[in-house]
Design a protein around this ligand. Structure first.
Ligand code: ARG
Ligand code: GLU
Length: 734
């Protein structure tokens, strides 16, 4: 009895301990602030290096091995010759552009046998961060709490221009200033951008994209999602346009690659360029996202994906035409579904409400703060309630014009006409040619049969779900003409519109500008497109923009209020595509009752999923035979080949390709995804189920060395055994 009482009394304390230990992994931190904010905690979690090893402006540090790739992914240097590692899905477009029927690098992989064979990629670039500085004071000069909103941005823009002009930098570097904490702080980034980036190697899609859309966002995962590039510079080691005389960049730092692998509870950190998160929204905004906007977007994509999938399964040509479009539509669709479920499962909205209760209690107890921030949270929540219908209907419109491809073309034509109206009629031929040129590849992959069915389904949903007052009279009138039926509308349009083939479209746009103006109202698709767009702008977009301006202002004040009121909480800025570091521990999780997930997968799982000939789950012959012979070289452990693992690092889109580092700063993995249950981490991080998914670096090495026979690339790297090195020899007692 007594024992039980003691046990019960201890429970809350234990609970808090577990909670805070788990919570410790939330956050995407600025690398130059680690020594003040995170170093102690990181060391407590097992880190063996110091904050100065991660970010240092005076000598090479880890940050000098990390680049933003093309502004959409992350990549890292892994040799003194600037060998660059990123994801297969980040390099996909480059690999695709080099592929043809004769050289299908997507299907077969590609490995440059020498520097001469490395393939240049027009338009691809990487950006290093040279230095980060807090410029908040300068950016906010002349601004105080009573500065009118419309003047505020102008003043900031002028201040920022001045800071940029005065920034100390070399002429081959750039200065970039970004707002943080909803515009409460500003940081200056001195950057260096290299534009000669060459493809070195990529595994076939059956390894690099293994599991494709079925496995996307899913754990357990078995994808070797990596590819290799190289950064080239001028002979002076500075950024240079592509030239065959360029040489590999000699970098300030590159990452040693660990052969020791990971174990449960190991400390890991992910260094990269996360794109966008919204951690400081009020409860009404989270509610709007997961109860209003996500369901709206998902319902439109559900319908569209089902139809496209049906065609792709029947028709080989359509499968090729729609593969990439399907993947990108499905990627966000699946993420939103995970986000809704995750917020529900972790009671994300209730948690926000509880947090707001605590915030309000503290605010009420502090007269100074109350004077400053009274009513801010309530007003913000009220604004979001008023904003909700506009936001939801804006999403319906955006999904309609995105997923119905002909409406997206119509939208482009309307934009073209608006441009001409602004810039002058004589600009029409040039602007038209630009649009026509950009649409060539669109029509190559366009199937009117598919799009007609998608249009029929989505128009039905749109007119059913969006109240007519948000659609506008003109479009509703047209909808009545076709019996309020998506199918009747789509059939009529697809038999009569000039937009359904590239040749017809070209002829249509080749009429004199004046005639085109009238023709637009005769073509059924553009006529409908114009009516829908006008109705949307007037009834949804204009009011939404007006409310949104107020929301942005209050969101900024509420951010400041949270930082002052909740002063025992450590705040990190929302992701904004700037360099961040996040850390956590290798760990499995429990996604649902009676379900438990391990933290790592092996090649055995690849073979379990293997479906001969399947476009998602085929396995190349060579890999099967390496598996049969257990020929894993120095990369296997105990007869198994590690493939992927998960940890509680807080990541988001843009972190694809980010290096995963061990306690010593050695490369142990390559980030490429998150688990489905945890995709809500963008608005509601929860350490109990949020996990990032990484390729084990030993699998990368195994594929490069044993599968591709590109031992030359492995020889370029610096392979290390940190764990072995860390074990001190046992001292014999005398
Ligand atoms: N879900 C990952 C990321 O957003 C991977 C996407 C690419 N892979 C795919 N199967 N579509 O964005
Ligand atoms: N695949 C994502 C990317 O392309 C990373 C996954 C995520 O959203 O965390 O950046």
């Amino acid at each position: 009895m007594l024992q039980r009482m003691i046990k019960c009394a201890m429970l809350p304390a234990l609970f808090i301990l577990i909670q805070s230990r788990a919570m410790a992994t939330e956050g995407m931190w600025l690398p130059h602030l680690l020594s003040n904010m995170n170093e102690k905690e990181m060391k407590g979690m097992g880190m063996k290096i110091s904050a100065a090893d991660i970010y240092n402006v005076n000598k090479g540090s880890l940050k000098d091995a990390i680049v933003s790739l093309g502004g959409f992914c992350t990549a890292e240097l892994i040799s003194s010759q600037s060998l660059l590692l990123t994801n297969h899905h980040c390099g996909y477009a480059s690999v695709q552009s080099h592929s043809s029927v004769e050289h299908n690098y997507l299907d077969n992989g590609f490995w440059a046998k020498s520097r001469e064979e490395e393939l240049p990629n027009k338009g691809l670039f990487v950006t290093f961060i040279v230095r980060i500085e807090d410029v908040t004071l300068q950016a906010m000069q002349g601004i105080n709490r009573s500065t009118p909103e419309k003047d505020r941005q102008k003043l900031i823009d002028a201040n920022i221009a001045k800071i940029k002009d005065n920034a100390k930098k070399e002429q081959f570097q750039e200065a970039l200033i970004k707002p943080f904490f909803e515009g409460n702080q500003f940081y200056l980034f001195i950057t260096e951008t290299y534009k000669d980036i060459r493809l070195v190697g990529t595994p076939p899609s059956s390894i690099g994209k293994f599991g494709s859309d079925t496995d996307n966002w899913i754990w357990p995962r078995h994808t070797g999602d990596f590819s290799l590039f190289r950064i080239y510079a001028g002979k002076d080691n500075r950024p240079a346009e592509y030239s065959k005389d360029n040489v590999p960049l000699r970098p300030k730092h590159f990452l040693p690659v660990s052969l020791d692998g990971i174990a449960e509870n190991d400390f890991t950190m992910v260094f990269g360029f996360p794109g966008r998160t919204q951690q400081y929204l009020p409860s009404e905004a989270v509610k709007l996202t997961v109860e209003g906007q996500d369901p709206a977007k998902v319902s439109m994509r559900d319908a569209s994906l089902k139809i496209i999938d049906g065609f792709m399964r029947q028709d080989e040509k359509i499968k090729i035409q729609y593969a990439a479009k399907y993947a990108s539509t499905a990627n966000a669709w699946k993420k939103w579904i995970g986000e809704m479920q995750g917020v529900q499962q972790t009671k994300g909205i209730e948690r926000k409400v509880t947090y707001e209760g605590e915030y309000t209690k503290r605010l009420e107890a502090n007269t100074t703060l109350k004077a400053k921030f009274d009513g801010v949270l309530d007003s913000l929540n009220t604004l979001y309630r008023g904003y909700a219908p506009f936001a939801i209907n804006r999403d319906y419109y955006a999904e309609l014009t995105r997923n119905v491809e002909l409406l997206s073309v119509s939208d482009k034509i309307i934009t073209l006409m608006n441009d001409v109206r602004e810039k002058g009629e004589d600009q029409y031929p040039a602007l038209r040619d630009k649009l026509v040129g950009s649409l060539e590849s669109f029509y190559k992959d366009f199937s009117p049969r598919v799009d007609r069915d998608v249009a029929a389904a989505l128009l039905d949903i749109y007119f059913k779900e969006v109240p007519t007052r948000y659609i506008g009279g003109e479009a509703v009138q047209i909808w009545m003409e076709t019996n309020k039926s998506g199918k009747v509308t789509a059939d009529k349009y697809y038999s009569n519109s000039a937009l359904i083939t590239y040749d017809k479209l070209k002829a249509f746009l080749n009429q004199p500008y004046r005639d085109l103006n009238t023709a637009l109202f005769k073509d059924p698709v553009t006529r409908f497109g114009i009516a829908l767009r006008n109705g949307f702008i007037q009834n949804v977009n204009n009011p939404a923009v007006a409310i949104n301006n107020d929301i942005m202002r209050l969101q900024r004040v509420y951010m400041q209020a949270q930082m002052e009121v909740m002063d025992n909480k450590r705040f990190y800025p929302d992701a904004n595509s700037t360099l961040r570091i996040t850390y956590g521990k290798v760990s499995g999780y429990k996604p649902a009752d009676a379900k438990t997930y391990d933290y790592s997968t092996t090649l055995d799982g690849v073979m379990e999923k293997y479906k001969p000939g399947d476009y998602e789950f085929d396995v190349p012959e060579k890999l099967r035979s390496l598996y049969a012979q257990k020929d894993y070289g120095q990369y296997g452990v105990n007869g198994k080949m590690p493939v992927c693992f998960i940890a509680s690092n807080h990541t988001t889109g843009g972190n694809s390709g980010s290096p995963v580092l061990d306690a010593y700063g050695n490369l142990v993995g390559l980030n490429f995804d998150r688990t489905w249950e945890g995709t809500m981490s963008d608005i509601n991080y929860d350490a109990s189920i949020c996990r990032n998914i990484m390729v084990d670096i030993r699998y990368v090495l195994f594929i490069v060395d044993k599968f591709a026979g590109a031992k030359n690339l492995v020889d370029e790297m610096k392979l290390v055994h940190p764990k072995k090195a860390a074990v001190k020899p046992v001292q014999k007692r005398a």
